[in-house]
Design a protein around this ligand. Structure first.
Ligand code: ADP
Length: 265
């Protein structure tokens, strides 16, 4: 893998796409919660990992799904033999220790989760643990970050306007060709000429709105495909398993994407 300054510092590799690092630092300083909006695989999680490491803040990640409830995040009583003990959930742990709490795909979680966030996301910065009869004031280092995929959620799970207004929001989009090439190259070590072709391929697929894909090709898919190619898998096969198959199960759509691959490789 090409060496870069961040590797040398032991930080996760992250290539800034806009002014998101600056916004993070100001949000942190002002104790404001942050919402990262953008499609899957666009670097949101890597960004939080990078900034937490850079600012030497511990980070706790929760991947939200449709069963994620307030109890999962806050904590619960566990019965062990004749004893009942309280066990903190990840949100409580983050609050007690002053960590960065990253709620990935927050719109997936059950509505009571969002309610539990309210007192933490305003000036109070207090977590109310009703079940444990406790209030925790978040220390200054505590930061709440959530991610959300607006395209994917369309017509399905929206994030309520009143919830969105609690966060400073950064939009993540696929980067420019030059920046995306740099990321794919750094993550895979594939020859630059091949990386450029892959990024061009992504641009063509992203422009084909008529394919009707639920999600289009992400930087993550490009990185996986590039790793397979760097390891010696022929380009068309790597694109098939790394891009076409993950994008669609529909034979006709798959054939259309494969045609685009054949134009490039
Ligand atoms: P998300 O959280 O938006 O779904 P990730 O942060 O997991 O996406 O990114 C997926 C992959 O894409 C990462 O593992 C990394 O290889 C690559 N990636 C995307 N954007 C960047 C970036 N700006 N800098 C470094 N790597 C990136």
């Amino acid at each position: 893998m090409p060496q870069n300054a961040d590797d040398a510092n032991g930080l996760p590799y992250y290539k800034p796409v806009g002014r998101e690092c600056e916004v993070f630092e100001h949000a942190y300083k002002n104790r404001l919660p942050l919402l990262l909006k953008g499609p899957t695989g666009s670097g949101k999680s890597r960004f939080v990992e990078y900034m937490s490491a850079k600012m030497k803040l511990p980070m706790i990640t929760v991947s939200c799904h449709d069963e994620t409830s307030a109890v999962d995040l806050l904590g619960r009583y566990l019965v062990k033999g004749s004893e009942t003990t309280w066990q903190d959930g990840p949100m409580t742990r983050a609050c007690r220790t002053g960590a960065v709490l990253y709620l990935d795909e927050i719109a997936e979680a059950r509505p009571d989760t969002i309610v539990a966030l309210h007192s933490l996301t305003d000036h109070r910065r207090i977590l109310y643990l009703d079940r444990h009869d406790e209030e925790i004031a978040a220390p200054p280092t505590f930061m709440l970050i959530a991610s959300f995929n607006p395209g994917y959620q369309k017509g399905w799970k929206e994030l309520k306007a009143s919830t969105r207004q609690r966060f400073v929001s950064i939009e993540f989009q696929y980067p420019s060709e030059a920046v995306e090439s740099e990321i794919v190259r750094a993550e895979s070590n594939l020859d630059l000429s091949q990386v450029k072709l892959l990024v061009q391929l992504a641009g063509r697929i992203r422009n084909l709105a008529e394919l009707g894909l639920a999600e289009t090709v992400s930087t993550r898919l490009l990185v996986s495909t590039a790793k397979l190619m760097a390891d010696g898998l022929p380009a068309r096969l790597a694109c098939d398993v790394g891009i076409v198959q993950p994008l669609t199960d529909d034979a006709e759509t798959g054939a259309a994407v494969r045609d685009v691959v054949a134009l490039v490789f």
